[in-house]
Design a protein around this ligand. Sequence first.
Ligand code: SF4
Length: 337
Amino acid sequence: MKVGIPRALLYHYYYPFWKTYFEELGIEVVVSPPTNKIVMDLGVKASVPEICVPIKVYLGHVLQLVNMGADWIFVPRFVSIQKGQFFCPKFMGLPDMIRHSFPHIASRLLIPAIESTTDDLATSPKQYREIEEKLGVTNAANKKALKKAEMVWLDFRRLSLKGYEVPDAMAIALGTKKPQEVAVSNTELQKDEITLGVLGYVYNLYDSMISLDVLSKLREMNVKVKTFEMIPERMLKERLIGMPKTMFWTFSDKLFAAGYHFYNEENIDGLIHVTAFGCGPDSMLGKLLELDSVKYQKPFMTVRIDEHSGENHLQTRIEAYVDMLRRKKQLNTQRGA
Ligand code: SF4
């Protein structure tokens, strides 16, 4: 029996958990390939035009998994992973969107409803009852698999906090790479290096087709990058205390808090917000952060992406931005600031 996991949305945060979980249950996992033109086109054709690009891409990955012969497709319904906070409605309605877009696979969907009180998905085994029922898994085996999945996922999170970017942290946690084989993004910073706080949902930033590989482009320019998942959860939560208004949506709040964390961190030279065209939560958090960039005296740039975004345009914009930051830094150094 093969369970297919779409390489999209929260694959980029929970894959170490899900892979370990299913494999502990003795189930083979198949993952759709990294997003490419075929996946993107499949998703775009199957979606309503106004929806954000990561959701379009998700639909393309689901279709790819069907073509790859997956018996089941894993489409969790993310409702909440923090008390009083919820996922963007597109996450909550995702399984229904898939069911209605592809009625021929509706009976092959695995849809656990994720309602947890922490980022760690193992806290409430009853969330996975649907999997017990559909795949014939015992309650004891389910609990044991969740425990193992939790350990691997916590390891993945520890690696992110050390500064490994998501794909590297995943590979190390899952044992396909050794830590010494990959670079860490936020090791001790040299004074003359440019460091950027890059704000973006993991499913946009770490999907190189969606983000036009902005992280690699910055790396090639010798820019160090920090992202929200490299900041301890406790620090993110502290940033939100006392704010007149927070974001309500879980991952938007993490980005919002990370934005203010970057504004207050001396070593961060500027911020880039990578956002999907049509993203409601981002339209608010991006505007608030942009307005406050004046108060914190830190440059802030928005990169808006969709399926039509052009690579050359992005390259020119980030080169100009980084160039401006380098000049500013040199001037400040000359002035002894
Ligand atoms: S948060 Fe924005 S980008 Fe993410 S699914 Fe919701 S609308 Fe799309």
